[in-house]
Design a binder for this molecule. Sequence first.
Ligand SMILES: [Mn+2]
Length: 346
Amino acid sequence: MKLLHAADIHLGAKNSKLPLDRQNLLRSEQVLQIRELFSHADEDGFDAILICGDLFHAKKLQSKITTGFFSSVKEFSGPVLYIKGNHDEKFDFEFELPKNFIVLDENNPCFTLKNTTFWGQVDPQTIRQNYNPENQNVILLHGDFEKTNSNDYFDITKYTDNFHFDYIALGHVHTFSYKSVSGMPAVYPGSLFSNGFDECGDKGYVSVNLENKKFAFQKFAGRRYIICNCDITGFNTYEELHKIVISAIKDSGESKSDLLRVILQGYYSENSEKYLQTLQSSLSEYFYIEIVDNSKLKIDFDKLKNEKLSFKSEFLLLLEQNEPDEQVRNEIARLGIEALRGEDIS
Ligand SMILES: [Mn+2]
């Protein structure tokens, strides 16, 4: 039996820092990509799709998102098995669900397909009443079983100490990871899409072959969030700055469809051409790009102190007389000079 194991789809979630048109585009794209995935799941040989919680981001969603999702479910001939997560535990199913969309909970603790029983996150007593060791058994769980101090921690041993599962399908942790628990594979597929710069890298689902006990991460999300650190120390002209930034972006292995955050670091000198607006608009072919400027002005104190009739020189001399700590003095000097240049204080 072949399973498509997904979790944390967070339909309807938005990265509110993005421009509105980009947010809308991403949300409708996600619905269409899921339809594409589900409509090919039969020919890709999947017998069932598992969704281990946080399918929906909030209690209520725009109906075009939910209708879009459930129309995708109908594209697949097998069952789509779902448990609720912390984000969608209160989701209102105010409409008729497709027959192959199966919610596993205390009212409906398990579902059997051929020789495999799928379990929801139910009381172990409930499992005991119907557990058949002759079958293959798979359990769907949502939460963090490793971080005992997490609000969403759950004790996995109440399942693994009492039953054998051929596969433990998890949700909640947004990065692909797996661990063997009492010899059983416990797998987080990670989120299906990324929703921000705190979730960089490839996102996808896990393809599971229950017969040979093999599972593999499958890259799915078309767009990635990428953080690109860029040391701009040493540039003088705008062309030099542009060249340094472009080369750092290329090194990140990006594509034009990704969402990029470029973090400028290092030092620039007083007369260097740091034209950030121009830089930003020269990179407009990316789906989304933002520039975070953490670079610092490098100050030639000796030169500035010797300037005649100069605010900067007066300021630095005063500072030297009043602040004994050199590190503190340098930081105040940098902020003061930036302010005197009429710049944003970094
Ligand atoms: Mn989640």
